[in-house]
Design a protein around this ligand. Sequence first.
Ligand code: S3P
Ligand code: PEP
Length: 430
Amino acid sequence: MDAHVTPSRVRGRARAPPSKSYTHRALLAAGYGDGTVVSDPLDSADPRATGRAVTAFGGAVEWDDDANVARVEGFDGRPGTPEDVVDCGNSGTTMRLVTAAAGLAEDLVVFTGDSSLRSRPQGPLLDAVESLGGRAESTRRNGRAPLVVGDGMTGGTVAIPGDVSSQFVTALLMAGAVTDEGVAVELETELKSAPYVEITREVLADFDVETERTDAGFRVPGDQSYRADEYAVPGDFSSMSYLLAAGAVAAADGEAVVVEGARPSAQGDSAIVEILERMGADVDWDREAGEITVSRSHLSGVEVDVGDTPDLLPTIAVLGAVADGDTRIVNAEHVRYKETDRVSAMAEELESMGASVTEEPDSLAVHGDRTDLRGATVDGRGDHRLVMALAVAGLVADGETTVRGAEHVEVSFPGFFDTLEDLGASVGVE
Ligand SMILES: O=C(O)C1=C[C@@H](OP(=O)(O)O)[C@@H](O)[C@H](O)C1
Ligand SMILES: C=C(OP(=O)(O)O)C(=O)O
């Protein structure tokens, strides 16, 4: 599907979808336990993939949209052997988290995913599962899915790089809690995307599972049980970033966009508020009410380190294209290992809208002074975050912008285009 966006002004209130990261973890934590009602879950393609894995392991997930809950029955600690291969779709979080879970299974589990997911790195996690006593292989022996995993990982100490994906650490902590020996993760390189491990630790604590930081990384004692009758998912700051960016570049004169569902949590991507502030946006976060208000103002380029916040890169790149001066997005190499290589994908797609950019291996600079955004046909490349960020750029580009692959918002923010339209944007999806 294509989204056609023409220059428009936005205003009004919008609710952020629930957090994808918290939903994945809550569903799997509930699966490790003996049942939890997850309220306000994100019902989108990626968490659905985690739900399918929990079911394949012998649990059950009932999505009740009317009651706005997912009722999860657990698989009681150790995954059973699925009857078929498990398809993780487009979801890196699912594949990483359930690979470590499958390392606990007595038999073998086969995981696959779409072509994007089958191109993403899994090698360090496979090596970790093997060194903890399980079996984990890439069928193509290239460190990528399809994967074959199982054989009863027992736990221990494992060294792992920190600069590929924090999801490896999350996966090992979640599975490690139910191993005999527990798991100590020693980081061989600096941890990127670190706040996501804190999200994990927050969710695990809410399920009565203890974890700790160590000098070398993290540790989870073994022989623990996951327990929570209910779990409530907070709003998603990565998804909010598109709505806030829309307000900052396209709010109507004297009006604002108010984003609801913004209660503080461990999400690193709440840094979008501070980034907007530094760029000169008129933004206010009422933490108690969970509301962020933003109006249109003159933006200036800044330097942003996305080491902790890789998912904000597409949003910041678009803000940089609208701002005056240079916006330098640094510490971004790990942003290349996502659904697409988002550093070069954003560079190329923004260039086709007339932006001047400089791409380096671990950074992206957008030269606002040399940029006049014009409408163009851009390719979302099957990547939900590219689609949403480019649609925001379309609000202020000269002429019509067509974003190809609009349906991929289904991964994390199924109602994205409706929400944008409700705010007054001129968008047609067909
Ligand atoms: O654990 C998570 O929920 C996530 C961790 C991050 O990935 P990496 O740790 O691979 O950078 C992030 O990009 C992804 O969208 C969600
Ligand atoms: C990278 C992302 O997710 P995942 O790793 O789960 O595919 C994302 O949502 O931007």
